[in-house]
Design a protein around this ligand. Structure first.
Ligand SMILES: *Cc1c(COP(=O)(O)O)cnc(C)c1O
Length: 524
């Protein structure tokens, strides 16, 4: 590509190399082609006009710049248009259904945003005297009460800032409890094969050794294998319920009893709480610690790395070890922040502190707004509708795609398919890429690892039947093409700004820095 001195965006080849009816700009109607900012700009100029200063001599001395700074040299409107055009290439939950499994990408009610932006919540500072932020602390406290109520647990640590951070919080509570009992020698954490990668990573990070527990053919934890492995070296088990195959772990209570009898603790990965909220209380299943991804179960826009919030509910046995600070409502209604200084007597066994301040205030406000606007009956309906929608997807597509656990009964919040009946040479990746041409973000692929070529679809409760029908139609059409051996699918997507990329090369040798091409090429 040439460096374009005029700032006019150069003509680009269509993404699929198909020049049948190219446009002058490379744009296709409102789908605008976009080059790198350095390719549309000019590094030898600046986009800003500064008058020459009449200051005598520079005060920077040796530090003054000797060569141009190498910015793209665009004017303000050109810069804004570049980033706006790029932003329009994002797929978002506000554009269409986002079928990613395990991520719970649901509609985020605008009411939550409105409340989170109220100045009394948005403009407070964590170092303000507690007397001046009683309302904000009240939100944290009230949300804590709801989370304890919904989970049937004893206490909650509000400060962790993501699901994975919550896992670490829970496992550190378990570690502190074992040390207090003089059983710090228990070093093994048992994790089912289907677990999210953060589970073994958390246990290893906290200094434990991770051992896999196999799954049964119906996609659940092999309870007998788990029980057989329990013993004096086992610190805890980490179980996801509902699990990442979209199935309820029916044996969890029996597993918890066996783990407790053997002296260990039960960590539950609560990322899928969306499917059981208002219906099942993890505390009744013998869970000792469970994180709740507020950004999954209780809305909040997420994706692209944040924001997250992962409060951890704790059993009576683990609550004394939870982190600081936390809020407590005093008899006179005043909310106190229990910090190190005050904790000496009240909370001597705390393992310490996980975050600088109290947690993600904006997300607490959104989650509490979501909970209060749904009410107890509405939250129960969230779970019922999420499960209904996933089963509709599962039953609509089981004749098209292989559904490995369809025979085990209804699924929970997500439906899982495999690549088993695609034509020779066609893969899950081809189906995912084909969905992009249909205007959908692909589902989660190749996870969980226990299913070959897994396609994990989580529609969530916020999709209508019409939206589900359109998605099902698109996925069925792409799957039929993959079963019929339609070779065009091998190079999909054809209608996206960029066609099939070499993702392995991109991951192994990412090119993250733009280099100015040599002059000869630039003049081309
Ligand atoms: C999302 C997820 C996590 C990690 O949560 P983050 O908030 O992304 O850190 C852990 N386990 C499961 C099953 C998940 O789906």
């Amino acid at each position: 590509m040439s460096i374009n001195q005029s700032g006019w965006r150069p003509k680009m080849t269509a993404a699929n190399g198909n020049d049948a009816a190219p446009t002058f700009t490379g744009n296709r109607a409102l789908m605008l082609e976009e080059a790198l900012i350095f390719e549309i700009g000019d590094t030898s100029t600046t986009g800003v006009d500064f008058a020459e200063g009449d200051v005598a001599g520079s005060r920077l001395g040796d530090l003054s710049r000797k060569a141009p700074i190498g910015l793209a040299g665009l004017s303000e409107p050109e810069t804004i248009r570049h980033y706006t055009r790029l932003s329009r290439q994002n797929y978002a939950i506000d554009l269409g259904l986002f079928p990613l499994g395990s991520c719970t990408m649901k509609h985020n009610p605008r009411l939550n945003e409105k409340v989170a932006r109220l100045p009394g919540f948005a403009d407070v500072h964590p170092l303000q005297p507690v007397d001046t932020v009683q309302g904000a602390l009240g939100v944290i406290n009230e949300l804590a009460v709801w989370l304890i109520e919904l989970t049937g647990m004893h206490g909650v640590a509000m400060s962790p800032k993501a699901g994975a951070h919550g896992e670490l919080c829970g496992i550190l509570c378990i570690k502190a409890a074992l040390e207090k009992r003089g059983e710090g020698h228990r070093k093994v954490v048992l994790v089912p094969e289907s677990a999210h990668g953060t589970n073994p990573a958390t246990a290893a990070f906290a200094g434990f050794m991770v051992e896999d527990i196999p799954a049964t053919a119906d996609g659940r934890v092999d309870t007998d294998a788990l029980k057989a492995r329990l013993g004096p070296d086992v610190a805890a088990v980490m179980i996801t319920n509902p699990n990442t195959c979209g199935l309820f772990e029916r044996d969890l209570k029996a597993i918890s009893d066996a783990v407790h009898d053997a002296g260990g603790y039960v960590y539950c990965d609560g990322a899928n709480f969306n499917a059981i909220v208002g219906r099942v209380r993890p505390g009744d299943l013998g869970v000792d610690a469970m994180h709740i991804n507020l950004h999954k179960t209780f809305s909040t826009p997420h994706g692209g790395g944040g924001p997250g919030s992962g409060p951890v509910v704790l059993s009576e046995a683990l609550s004394p070890f939870g982190p600081l600070p936390f809020t407590a409502r005093m008899a006179d209604g005043h909310i106190q922040l229990i910090e190190e200084e005050t904790a000496g007597d009240d909370h001597p066994d705390t393992f310490g502190r996980m975050t600088a301040f109290h947690g993600q205030m904006g997300m607490f406000t959104r989650a509490l707004t979501y909970i209060l606007s749904h009410g107890a009956d509405g939250l129960r309906q969230v779970a019922e509708d999420a499960v209904l929608n996933a089963n509709y997807v599962l039953r609509s597509l089981e004749g098209t795609l292989d559904a490995p656990f369809a025979a085990s009964g209804p699924c929970m919040h997500e439906a899982i398919f495999s690549d088993a009946n695609l034509a020779e040479g066609f893969s899950t990746l081809d189906v995912a890429k084909g969905l992009i041409d249909e205007g959908f973000h692909p589902m989660t692929v190749y996870f969980p690892l226990v299913v070959h070529g897994a396609m994990l679809v989580e529609p969530t409760e916020t999709e209508s039947k019409a939206a589900l029908d359109q998605f099902i139609g698109a996925l069925r059409s792409v799957a039929e093409r993959a079963k019929a051996g339609d070779t065009a699918l091998k190079s999909a997507p054809h209608f996206a700004p960029r066609a099939r990329l070499d993702e392995t090369l991109a991951a192994r040798k990412p090119v993250l820095v733009w280099k100015e091409p040599p002059l000869a090429q630039a003049a081309e």
